[in-house]
Design a protein around this ligand. Structure first.
Ligand code: ATP
Ligand code: MG
Length: 583
């Protein structure tokens, strides 16, 4: 095992100065990362005039936050150095790939804010790759092997023992070419023969022990249909695709370090454009998983409602939950690129979302667990429209009008019949401010036979209105509220972590054993101020994000309809991340 593949250690990255995100990430972070250093060197010494990177997803699932990291690295570097980035679908495995995934990937990359120079498919190079394979065969550098997979595995040796040559290794180039063409023509069943590179069965690098270049697979491909029944392996397709596109910096994750010698061998032997591979650490995050295969299992086995379930670490799940591209990009910039595997605390992602949403989210009042509050001295039937800021952090955010009347909803938990001294909310004889409205004093309350409070009775102080308060009354607490007559019922979906353990890589048993059964907490009927629904008609891209005051940040769910509005909690208000780092 290579030293950098050690079990991950939890990295709690320090947040250097609490930057505002209006400063761009690059302004805040002065030290260059190692990829920036390489690119600057390559540009300075004239190795390349400009850089071309690529993002190469396999369309076999939806993109996740780990891919966002790769996207921001590839597109971000190209942007920073005036280069460009290709979006290349690495579609060499017909069995697991589909157009649905291709479309979702394009949507996600665009949503993150990036534009690719060209949309390309490895499958477009199948003919060219076939020619490359013939070139290797004719040069005596590749051969057709009829061994079974068991035989090949047995020949491979171990990391400490050299492998043994296949009995087919000495086939002549003519014989190999004939067999390879017949493989393509469909003469042989799946698994009957493979094409291998002829390198070195004693190489200390297992990937150099005559790696497989082509397999027979009689399968329908989502783009090439039934034209092919042989498919190139990742190693054969990837580097050659990079070279065909003249990618200057082919950036991938650390597990490809041992593949690099093969990447370079193939390019050298074929004498094609010398793309270079560079590796950085995959993003791993606490309380979640990043493998598409496992994410698919969560979907297929019904642990979540779909790839875009708001609990999923997918880009589509994060978007649906209310994360913004700005927050995700900021997160990726803050973790920078590492050369060692690590585990990033998910609360850094939440911190980035909170920072952005605090500056952009519209303030609205929503009562999750309503109890009735009656203002006994409020003029019968009167409604007053109170002006309140949409966002105190945004001077251009404007105001909204909130209707106030004599019957309100407040949170059950904001009232206590028999309260301790430090309870700064409502209790008989105590006063609080109603946000953007008046100070009220609790007179008494009504409870049912179980002791559940059903009505709180208060008086209001007419001279205490927010903004023109001359009452001189001190109220320690401020409560959110909604006028009962004007309130609109909405469904609220709150979320907890999808998994109960921090590091799933080291957790015992199957990852599914650790799924949190209570990760979705639905509030079927919360009461919202009517203004909440006014903005929802906005087109998708302009859908507003909200701060439900004293509750958290919320975003309208895709299930929402005008008849039954539904909101997802993006993140809570509390900043656990900052707390961890202040210590
Ligand atoms: P998965 O294991 O989730 O299926 P993958 O690596 O097979 O991931 P690809 O579609 O092949 O997924 O990846 C496209 C690009 O995204 C590759 O360059 C890959 O290295 C990068 N990538 C995938 N996962 C991560 C991650 N967790 N962190 C950073 N980059 C990643
Ligand atoms: Mg893959």
């Amino acid at each position: 095992m290579l030293p950098f593949l050690k079990p991950a250690a939890i990295t709690r990255l320090l947040i250097f100065k609490k930057s505002t995100m209006s400063e761009s990430a690059s302004e805040v972070r002065t030290p260059k990362n190692f990829l920036e250093e390489i690119i600057e060197r390559d540009l300075a010494d004239g190795r390349h005039e400009s850089i071309l990177t690529r993002f190469p997803p396999e369309p076999n699932g939806y993109l996740h936050i780990g891919h966002a990291k790769s996207i921001t690295v590839n597109f971000g570097l190209a942007k920073k150095y005036g280069g460009a980035t290709n979006l290349r679908f690495d579609d060499t495995n017909p069995v697991t790939e589909s157009v649905e995934y291709v479309e979702s990937i394009k949507r996600d990359v665009k949503w993150l804010g990036y534009e690719w120079q060209q949309e390309l498919y490895a499958s477009d190079y199948f003919e060219q790759l076939f020619e490359f394979a013939l070139q290797l065969i004719r040069a005596g550098l590749a051969y057709v092997d009829d061994s079974t997979s068991e035989e090949i595995a047995a020949q491979k040796g171990t990391p400490t023992q050299p492998g043994t040559d296949s009995p087919y290794r000495s086939r002549t180039p003519e014989e190999n070419e004939d067999l390879f063409r017949r493989m393509r023509a469909g003469e042989f069943p799946d698994g009957a023969r493979i094409l291998r590179a002829k390198i070195d069965m004693a190489s200390p690098n297992m990937h150099m022990r005559d790696p497989v270049l082509y397999r027979i697979k009689h399968a329908h491909h989502h783009r090439t249909g039934d034209s092919w029944c042989i498919y190139p392996t990742y190693d054969f397709a990837h580097g050659q695709s990079d070279s065909i596109e003249k990618i200057t910096h082919s950036i991938c994750t650390l597990e490809f370090v041992p593949h690099r010698p093969l990447y370079e061998w193939l390019i050298e032997k074929l004498g094609i454009f010398p793309s270079k591979q560079f590796e950085f650490a995959r993003l791993n995050m606490t309380y979640t998983i990043m493998s598409k295969r496992k994410l698919m299992q969560l979907v297929n086995e019904g642990h979540v409602a779909g790839w875009d379930d708001p609990r999923m670490p997918t880009i589509s799940g994060l978007r649906r939950r209310g994360y913004t591209p700005e927050a995700i990009r900021e997160f990726c910039a803050r973790i920078s690129v590492a050369k060692r595997d690590n585990l990033i605390d998910v609360s850094l992602l939440e911190f980035c979302a909170r920072e952005h949403l605090n500056r952009t989210g519209l303030r609205r009042m929503v009562v999750f667990d309503p109890v009735k509050l009656v203002i006994t001295n409020w003029p019968q039937g009167k409604t007053e429209l109170l002006e309140s800021e949409n966002n105190p952090e945004d001077t251009e955010g404007g105001d909204r009008q909130v209707p106030f009347s004599g019957t309100l909803w407040i949170e059950q938990e904001d009232f206590m019949a028999d309260a301790p001294r430090k309870f700064f909310r409502l209790s008989p004889g105590r006063s609080v401010r109603l946000k953007s409205a008046y100070i009220i004093t609790c007179e008494d309350y009504v409870a049912d036979e179980n002791g559940t409070v059903t009505e709180i009775r208060c008086t209001y102080h007419p001279d205490s209105r927010s903004g023109s308060d001359t009452s001189g009354i001190k109220a320690k607490g401020t409560l959110h509220w909604v006028s009962a007559e004007h309130a609109v019922p909405v469904e609220v979906r709150n979320y907890d972590r999808l998994f109960l353990v921090e590091d799933l890589a080291t957790a015992e048993g199957d990852f599914l054993d650790h799924v949190n059964p209570d990760s979705l907490i639905t509030i079927p009927q919360a009461m919202a101020e009517p203004g909440l629904l006014d903005d929802l008609a906005a087109p998708d891209a302009n859908r507003p994000h909200f701060q439900f005051m004293r509750k958290g940040y919320y975003f309208e769910d895709d299930d929402s309809t005008p008849e039954k509005p539904v909101f997802n909690q993006t993140v809570g208000l509390r900043d656990t991340w900052a707390k961890v780092n202040k210590k």
